[in-house]
Design a protein around this ligand. Structure first.
Ligand code: PLP
Length: 607
């Protein structure tokens, strides 16, 4: 049950966190926790020991292997348990490349799909170098849908020592047409070693590997409610195999090291669920598709400018990858975070400017690649969670419709252009006004509001309206009025001022202590980054801290613009974004290094 808190100021702080980053990992399912607990309590023997405690543990491995073999339509001996997919990928690649040491692969290629998980090209490069194979590591192009380009594949296959593809992509959920790939690969190279990364496919697409000519296929338990650090590698009978690690002869000599019995038991139970869907907690694909549709509809209502970065017809039902015009991925993550929904940037890095190599490979526009968000859920996602997410999305949409994040004007001084002019930018309408500016203001403006998209236009000197602004010349300079909010800025040769009778604009240039209220969130934000101590339904998703208190205890009428500052400008922006989504539409962020803040702190210290 999730609890909603209503606050008199008109915003709500929601309870439970909803984790929608299942492609990164999943929480351990309660039943699997029990399975592991049982192993820890009564099957703790070493499977290599000859006594009964060892035999009990060994039986667990045999049962898990048998379930896996049933699922993959293969012999139990074809499965080697290991620490996860990355180890499986490395083992498969080592197995193939170890026959080409000392330059035997010179002039040849090691192929991988351009959207492959980074573990694959990195492992190819690593072993190519360590074993001095001398081959070239080369991507095979994908088309705009994210599917392997069969013509490019056909061109590159003749020279290849190995080909690595993936079942389904972790960022977009796009799944490959395995039949078409197999036909192409085997038609041209019947014997080439072929690895298929099946991590994201498990539980969502058929994986009857034993009926295919795939040679190697890694799996990982933590993507499907198992613990981290356990997985398996499928190896086709007859495929070359070289252990990555050697030791006490475990896994029939295929992988040295005492087995993670509890983890393997959990993986075995996952295989069991997939063999007997009626006994397990996973929804049918149809239900998952319906859930995805409902989510997408709510997302589109909350963000009318949403663009999908994946073709739905060839994507897993559990992944949505999208961008929203005008928003960076960091902003979107902060918006979702404010509503207690955890999503990830489509790309590996969430620092705003990073791009997704997967979306780049699909030839999507830069802004989509830079602003991508991945929302992914697992096959146990409940109807209750779905309704809650849709409701929170409705709330987000409502808040943003009152005050889209880029609603008022922001200053920006872009370095590559002239250093003697500042820009007042309104990204929503792509307006940029160039102001002649004195050097001393540059520093202040530079700290403010990165703007990613703009056009520019120089003001002609007479009263003019454009893109939602009215510019009126005055004796000292001009007045800039944002017509939507009627906020005014007076721009003079000596600086930029806000008249006392208008609501303040997002700028720190003419800070008067009376107009703004600084909220020091340096300690609080660090603390808020830690998980809440009592993460039960009835706790706030925002840890109670100085800034949460600030929001909860004050009325918006009585407070001047809250200016949040923090050690990291990005964190401060996140806090301000949260505050905005929660109804504090005029919240502003600035870096703790901003000189105004330092003056303020110094003054405060003196008092
Ligand atoms: N391959 C894909 C497609 C993945 O999504 C992941 C996990 O992020 C991996 C490989 C690596 O798996 P593991 O975490 O088990 O090493």
């Amino acid at each position: 049950m999730s609890v909603r808190y209503m606050y008199p100021e008109g915003f709500e702080v929601r309870g439970r966190e909803i984790f929608m980053d299942a492609n990164a990992t999943t929480p351990v399912h309660p039943e699997l926790r029990n399975v592991m607990e049982h192993v820890y309590q009564s099957h703790y023997g070493n499977p290599s020991s000859p006594h009964y405690a060892g035999i009990r543990a060994k039986r667990i491995l045999a049962e898990a292997r048998a379930e896996g073999a049933t699922l993959l339509s293969c012999a139990p001996e074809s499965l080697v348990f290991m620490s996860g997919a990355t180890e499986g990928i490395n083992t498969a690649i080592l197995s193939v490349l170890s026959q080409y040491t000392a330059g035997k692969g010179k002039g040849k290629t090691l192929l991988y799909g351009a959207t492959e998980h980074k573990a694959v090209p990195e492992a190819l490069k690593h072993w190519n170098e360590v074993l001095a194979v001398g081959a070239r590591v080369e991507p095979v192009a994908v088309d705009e849908l994210g599917l392997i380009h069969l013509d490019d594949l056909a061109r590159k296959l003749p020279d290849a020592l190995m080909i690595c593809t993936m079942g389904a992509n972790n960022e977009t959920g796009v799944f490959q047409d395995m039949g078409a790939l197999e036909e192409k690969i085997r038609g041209l190279r019947p014997d080439i070693p072929w690895m298929v990364d099946c991590v994201q496919m498990l539980g969502k697409r058929p994986v009857a590997l034993g009926r295919t000519t795939i040679d190697y296929a890694p799996f990982s338990a933590h993507k499907l409610y198992g613990p981290k650090g356990v997985g398996a590698l499928y190896v086709r009978p007859g495929a070359r195999y070289v252990p990555l690690q050697i030791g006490g002869g475990q896994e029939a000599g295929a992988r040295g090291g005492t087995e993670n019995v509890a983890g393997i038991a959990a993986l075995g139970r996952i295989f069991h669920w997939l063999n007997h869907p009626e006994l397990g907690p996973f929804h049918s694909p149809n239900t998952l598709y319906e859930m995805r549709n409902a989510l997408l509809t709510s997302l589109q209502q909350a963000f009318p400018k949403l663009v999908l970065n994946q073709p739905l017809e060839v994507s897993l039902p559990t992944t949505l990858n999208f961008s929203v015009a005008g928003y960076s991925s960091a902003e979107l993550i902060a918006i979702f975070d404010a509503a207690g929904i955890r999503v990830s940037a489509g790309s590996a890095c969430s620092t705003g400017k990073s791009r997704s190599f997967v979306l780049d490979a699909m030839n999507l526009p830069t802004w989509q690649s830079e602003g991508a968000i991945r929302m992914s859920f697992g096959p146990t996602f409940t109807q209750e969670e779905l309704l809650e997410v849709c409701e929170r999305l409705r709330f987000i949409g409502e808040q943003l419709s009152h005050a889209p994040l880029h609603r008022d004007c922001a200053f920006y001084l872009p370095d590559p252009f002239t250093s003697n002019s500042a820009w007042i930018a309104c990204p929503e309408s792509a307006l940029v006004l160039i102001l002649e500016l004195q050097q001393k203001h540059e520093e202040q403006l530079k700290r403010e509001f990165p703007v990613t998209q703009w056009t520019h236009r120089t003001w002609g000197g007479s009263e003019e309206d454009f893109a939602g602004f009215r510019i009126t010349p005055t004796a000292e300079g001009f007045v800039l009025r944002y017509l939507k909010t009627n906020r005014e800025l007076h721009v003079h040769a000596d600086g930029i001022h806000q008249p006392a009778n208008t609501a303040p604009v997002r700028a720190l240039t003419s800070l008067e202590e009376g107009d703004y209220q600084f909220v020091d969130v340096r300690e609080d934000v660090e603390r808020a980054m830690e998980p809440p101590r009592v993460a039960q339904d009835k706790t706030l998703s925002i840890v109670r801290s100085g800034w949460a208190d600030f929001l909860l205890t004050r009325s918006q009428d009585e407070v001047k613009t809250p200016v949040f500052f923090c050690r990291s400008g990005r964190r401060a922006r996140d806090v301000a974004t949260w505050a905005r989504v929660l109804g504090w539409h005029n919240a502003v962020a600035c870096d703790a290094s901003a000189s105004e803040v330092n003056h303020w702190l110094a003054r405060k210290a003196k008092v």
